[in-house]
Design a protein around this ligand. Sequence first.
Ligand code: ADP
Length: 495
Amino acid sequence: MNNNNHKVLFACSEISPLIKTGGLADVCASLPIALRKSDTDLKVALPGYKSVLEQFENTRFICMLDLPLGAVAVCCAQFENTDLLLICHPVFSNRAGNPYMSDDDRGWPDNPMRFALFSQAVTELAINPAYLDWAPDLVHCHDWQTGLVPALLALHNPRPATVFTIHNIAYQGNIMHNHYVELGLPAAIFHANGLEFWGQASYIKGGIAYADRVNTVSPRYAAEIQTDAFGNGLDGLLRSRRERVSGILNGIDTDEWDPATDTHLPANYSADDLSGKNKNKAALQKQMGLPQQPETPLFGVISRLAEQKGIDVIVDAVEQAETLEFQLIVLGSGETDLQNRLYNLQQKHPQHVAIKIGFDETLSRLIEAGSDVFIMPSRYEPCGLNQLYSLRYGTLPLVTDVGGLADTVINYDNNPDEANGFLIKEASPDSLTEGINRALQLYTDKPVWQQLQHNGMAAHFSWDISAGLYLQLYTSAIGDAAVANEQIRHAKLTG
Ligand code: ADP
């Protein structure tokens, strides 16, 4: 990995295990650790959510910031040997639970204000070195919650470089224009080449339009979002910036996710000795109330219950099966309709289907370890982490041929030396049924099955390579920002 010694302010809305709703949290935890190994001088900014503050006995007060949307206190905590800058304000610290949604699955109505406030705080810390006695060369922003940062920074000269990473382009942070005006956000960035998006203001568009470099979390998804089918209305803008847009595959924290050492598991195992995997399967079947049959193929799912993830496709495929020759375990939380459909399926097939609604880290690891196959029939998938965890845990992924799934799963097609799972053409019940049947057929061929398990467990999805690619991206962005700063300075002088 290059040793570039960049100073980087990392701005994100979740970090595992402090606060997590999905893969964003895993990436924002593990990428900084990998970057620090290359001596990147990194600080991480995170909203000071109630549940996060409760996890630290000591935080150090750094400064107050008097921002257009209100005053915030910046407190520093140590997390994984990194300065974690907690942006504290009652809109974060007075509210328990999910960072974006209430218990009835609706977004908090003040989210536009909350994440504009967070973005203003990040911008202020990035521009004014006096607060931290530190001046970042670059601010790395993640998803719509921080999309305003590159736009707000563009109003300053000189400014640090910006990288904006899209983890999911479907979540955009769009607000009505009158709401934008009420929040007092700058008119100078509300125009067709800025935040304006079909008359609304789009936070994610701020990141895409203004960042020096834009990337997403797999090469395939980077290409897909530049098409009408996957771009969610932003494909034209992305195409117009294609020289600045790239894809870098997410890594996983291979220490944190290791079946040989995972303390959540009843039995540890490795590629050399997979016997512990069977014990996890038995424990999982028992915990979920299914018959403990070692020879029955067990299909696992861990997912947000959202249209993206094709949970309806799983239900449809199981409903249309004449007989069930496998067991299915689903852990998930999200849309009520999907929860109900899953419960109905469980009621209809109590010997074969077991559902757990909720967010449960320990059970999720047991599902990764105890299942034979992990199903992920996503309609789109920016990167996907669960298929990577599955590969590492010797569980063959059965996934749609999209996004990061296509970049990481090698389909079995009489190629036992390379394959590590099963790809299906599309997120439809027929495609999934066809994939399930292929998996069931191969399950009877134990030597080939084990070869695929070994192929997956030997694959390298650690952050080493991807963190190196991020360092290269940072260097490019810093070069771009230097040019932009100089152009603006020159224009002012001559203007
Ligand atoms: P996304 O970020 O789109 O939800 P990813 O596959 O990238 O999907 O990451 C999902 C992460 O969240 C994984 O670490 C997965 O194990 C975890 N996860 C999702 N739902 C649950 C749940 N109900 N309980 C525990 N972990 C979950």
